[in-house]
Design a protein around this ligand. Structure first.
Ligand code: ARG
Length: 271
């Protein structure tokens, strides 16, 4: 009802009247909100599920980007989101860890989280479902095996079993590029490493910084044998109904890059 009224007002160009009616503080923002967004617009023109808070959906199994330390989310993207929220004058709250391949649909459906942040590679398929902010990180894929396996090159994986997290670009790359591969999908990253250690799979395909981190810190019997230059970029997923939030996040991203805060967080978590 409210939206219809807004659209009509926008169409007839009665923007000023609309602003007076709904108390928006910014003309442009008010006009663009007409496209959708079920939650009420904040003063800056974007909608938030919970007032004054950026609610984040993430799969917290992807260090150094996001991981659980006890029950506390930590990592590069977690600190970046905190910095962006601070820049926007709001708080940042993580939902309990969510299965990776449900995050983009969850943002598309709306109602639970404002943004999805989970080392999510911006790609055409996802861009049909959600909007993404400007890129926040560049990554490639990596192939990991057990040290004792004798596998040193990707072409030795022909006809073998490769594990990956379901719905990821690593899964897709391996399925499309390793000849006669048998793909095995897992919900959680740690389950993929456990499967490698137990011999259920012969290799893992996952984002290079993540596998480097896991191998260095936890799975020391594994080794990264190849970097696959997929040239991926992570973005923050936002509902297509909330373009003002994407815009505000992009401004915040620019601000933390300009202030040196981005580099500070990157230096702490990424090498
Ligand atoms: N970058 C890859 C993708 O977008 C993998 C992301 C997995 N993220 C996670 N938090 N487990 O598909």
């Amino acid at each position: 009802m409210k939206l219809k009224k807004w659209s009509l007002l926008a169409v007839v160009g009665a923007l000023v009247a609309a602003l007076a009616l709904f108390g928006c503080s910014s003309g442009d923002d008010g006009a663009k909100k007409d496209e959708g967004g079920s939650a009420p617009a904040t003063e800056s023109g974007y909608a938030l599920i919970n007032d004054g808070k950026l609610t984040v959906a993430a799969s917290l199994d992807f260090p150094p980007f996001e991981n659980l330390n006890g029950d506390k989310p930590e990592g590069f993207e977690v600190e970046l989101m905190q910095a962006l929220a601070e820049e926007m004058g709001i708080e940042c709250e993580y939902l309990p860890s969510t299965k990776f391949d449900t995050i983009v649909p969850l943002i598309q459906t709306g109602g639970k989280a404002d943004v999805g942040v989970s080392g999510i590679t911006i790609n055409d398929e996802r861009l049909e479902q959600v909007d993404f902010t400007d890129p926040i990180c560049d990554v490639n894929q990596g192939i990991t095996v057990l040290k004792e396996s004798g596998i040193t090159e990707v072409n030795q994986l022909e006809g073998k079993k490769v594990g990956a997290q379901t719905g990821t670009t690593g899964y897709e790359w391996a399925a499309e590029n390793i000849k006669d591969v048998e793909m095995v999908g897992f919900d959680e990253m740690t389950a993929v490493y456990a499967a490698l250690q137990s011999g259920q799979i012969d290799a893992i395909a996952v984002d290079l910084p993540v596998t480097n981190y896991y191998v260095k810190t936890a799975y020391t019997d594994c080794e990264v044998i190849a970097e696959i230059p997929t040239g991926e970029q992570y973005g923050i997923a936002v509902s297509k109904d909330n373009p003002e939030l994407t815009k505000a996040l992009n401004e915040a991203i620019k601000a933390v890059r300009d202030s040196g805060k981005y580099d500070e967080i990157a230096a702490k978590w990424l090498q």
